[in-house]
Structure formats: C-alpha cells, structure tokens
Design a protein around this ligand. Structure first.
Ligand SMILES: NC(=O)N[C@@H](CC(=O)O)C(=O)O
Ligand SMILES: [Zn+2]
Ligand SMILES: [Zn+2]
Length: 342
C-alpha cells in the first residue's frame, strides 16, 4: 500500500503545557489530530471549572481553529462532586483525571487514597463522565516495573467493584497484565496506547549509555510486554485507542541528574503508529484505533474530515525548539516509514 486515507484521528491523552511551551507544541498536535484530551497536570493543577475554561482558550489560541481541546479535571483529595458535575454539564470538562499522589510529573496534588474521591466518582458514574487513570501504585516497596500490574490488583479492581458502571480509561498501558485486564473487563473499561510503548522496550533506556529521552512513566517494560501491547493495539477491539501521552520537557530538565519523565512524540505520532500497524500487518485496523474507538467510547461524534498518509519515510529531527525552549523528539535522528500529507 502506497497511501492510505482515514477518518481524521483524535489524541485521547496529551500534555500541551502552558505559556511558551504550549505555543511551541500545540501546532504539532493540531496538525495531526482534530481533538485531544488535554491533561491537567499544570502547576498549579487544573482543578476548577474557571481555570479549565481559561486554559481551553489559551490552547485554542495556540492551536488554531481546526482543533478542539477536550478538558479534564485534575482530581485531588479535596475534589468536589458538584464542581465536577457543573463543569461536565456546562461542557467544559470531558473527563476527570486520577493521578495517584506523586506517581508521575506534577502529581504532587493527586489523590492520596481512592476513598477520598468516592463522592466525585459516584457522581461521575451517574453522569457517564469518563475517569482517566494514571495506573501505577506509588508504594516504594513495589518495583517500578511492577507498579502498573499492582495498581490493577490493589486499586483498579476494587474501584470497579465499587463503581461497576463507571467509564474508566486506563491510560498509556505498558504491560500484558493491563492489556488482558482491559480486554476482559466490561464495555465501560478501555485503554489508551502510546507510540513509544509500541516501539521501545526497556532496553531503549540503557542502549550504550543512559538515555533520558526514552524515559517516561509508566516506564517501558520488557519485550514480552511490548508484544502484548502491540497485539492489543492492532486487535481491532473497540477497547483500545490512540493516546500519545506526548509529554514535552525542556531538554536540560531531561538531560539531568534527576531527569523528568515524559516523551515528546507529537511531531510524528500518526506516522509512528502507521509504521507499527504496517509491521503488524494490520494497516486495516489503524482507522478504528486512531479515529473510531475513542469517540465511540466517550460518546462523541466521529470526525468528518480525513487525513492521508503516504508510504514515504519521514526523518525525525534531532532537536526542535523556539526561543529558549529545546525539545528532543521521540526517535530523534531516526525515521519512520510513513509521512502525513498536509
Ligand atoms: N508520561 C510521562 O512520563 N509524563 C507525563 C505525566 C504522565 O502522563 O504520567 C508528564 O506530564 O510529563
Ligand atoms: Zn500518566
Ligand atoms: Zn500523560
């Protein structure tokens, strides 16, 4: 196949940040996607309807008219069910986001115990509002490579037995356990999958030296898990859909003695997914994964337009930037097999 046209896709998990970083990265996402679920882990986090509406306006200004940001509410121990319902009913919030406190970047204000958000979760279940989950336990006694699987056991399974109708997206899955759990759960449970977890395993972080640009959370796992996540992505199941988790960090904050977690993949996300789906002999499954399963799960309309991908290599730049900000993109200096036609 030399070219393929699919319904315009959406990104169901992205970090656009704020200020100059937002201005730099938003056009990359808007070039690829019609809509995106915007992560609320700013400093301070987006916990209030008014803050989310103002952030939405800043994103719209940075991304241009062809892009719709879908906002999320950052859940904390103090989250108020009425404020969440008000933002959802008012069309500001599409979903709410559960960060276990200190699990990842800017999650210090996250939830310390799931019991503290029972009343917001009860309301969300009644409203049909999606809960997006960073699914890792923070218990330092649990090995970092096991934190997703243990989260499923200790937190997600009890959560779903307390709220059996709650719509839950287990985000950026990295393990066979997560893929199996989601596949076997009810239709109210789905997962997003990133390009990097499809393309790299944990060796990438240690290839001939320490590689901070391959470091994100949840951390990439061993090859067996990458293979399981690839099978889930190309399975055609409506439970698995595209979420890049593009998470830009200024270069010096990654190339550091304590580097930030996050991989910036927005510039060539679709091209990377197409490369993986072709390797798996599943290009016919790309449109469902990228453009249909997400909106169907969220109960949103499918996009009207299309995008065309050509089977021509795209070279990924070593460095992207503007002004003082420098970003090393995913697959810097390498290439992907497809090109997005503008
Ligand atoms: N994925 C990451 O490694 N980092 C994300 C946070 C997150 O999605 O966990 C970030 O905000 O930088
Ligand atoms: Zn996360
Ligand atoms: Zn993320």
């Amino acid at each position: 196949m030399q070219s393929m046209t699919i319904r315009r896709p959406d990104d169901w998990h992205v970090h656009l940040r704020d200020g100059d970083m937002l201005k730099l990265v938003a056009p990359f996402t808007a070039r690829q996607f019609a809509r995106a679920i915007i992560m609320p882990n700013l400093m301070p986090p987006v916990t209030q309807v008014a803050a989310a509406a103002a952030y939405r306006d800043r994103i719209a200004a940075a991304a241009g008219p062809d892009f719709t940001p879908l906002m999320t509410c950052y859940l904390t121990d103090e989250s108020d069910a009425d404020e969440i319902a008000r933002g959802f009913d008012g069309g500001v919030w599409t979903a709410a986001k559960l960060y276990p406190a200190n699990a990842t970047t800017n999650s210090a204000s996250g939830v310390t115990d799931i019991r503290n958000i029972h009343s917001p979760l009860e309301r969300m279940q009644a409203l049909g509002m999606v809960l997006c989950v960073h699914g890792e336990v923070t218990d330092p006694a649990v090995d970092i490579f096991d934190r997703e699987a243990v989260f499923i056991e200790r937190v997600l399974t009890p959560l779903l037995s307390d709220f059996p109708e709650l719509k839950v997206v287990l985000e950026h899955i990295t393990t066979a356990e997560a893929a199996d759990f989601v596949a076997g759960a009810g239709p109210n449970v789905a997962a997003t999958i990133t390009p990097h977890h499809l393309m790299i395993n944990r060796n990438a972080m240690f290839e001939r030296g320490l590689r901070p640009h391959a470091y994100c959370l949840p951390v990439a796992k061993r090859e067996r898990h990458r293979q399981a996540v690839r099978r889930a992505a190309v399975s055609g199941s409506p439970k698995f859909f595209l979420g890049t988790d593009s998470a830009p960090h200024h270069r010096p904050t990654k190339e550091s003695g304590c580097g930030c977690a996050g991989i910036f993949n927005a510039p060539m996300a679709l091209e990377a997914y197409a490369t993986v789906f072709e390797e798996e002999g599943a290009l016919d499954k790309l449109e469902g994964f990228a453009s249909d399963h997400g909106p169907n799960f969220y109960g949103l309309p499918l996009n009207a337009g299309t995008v065309t991908l050509k089977r021509e290599a795209t070279d990924v730049p070593d460095l992207l930037g503007r002004g003082a900000i420098e970003l090393v993109p995913f697959l810097a200096g390498q290439s992907v097999d497809w090109t997005l036609d503008d």
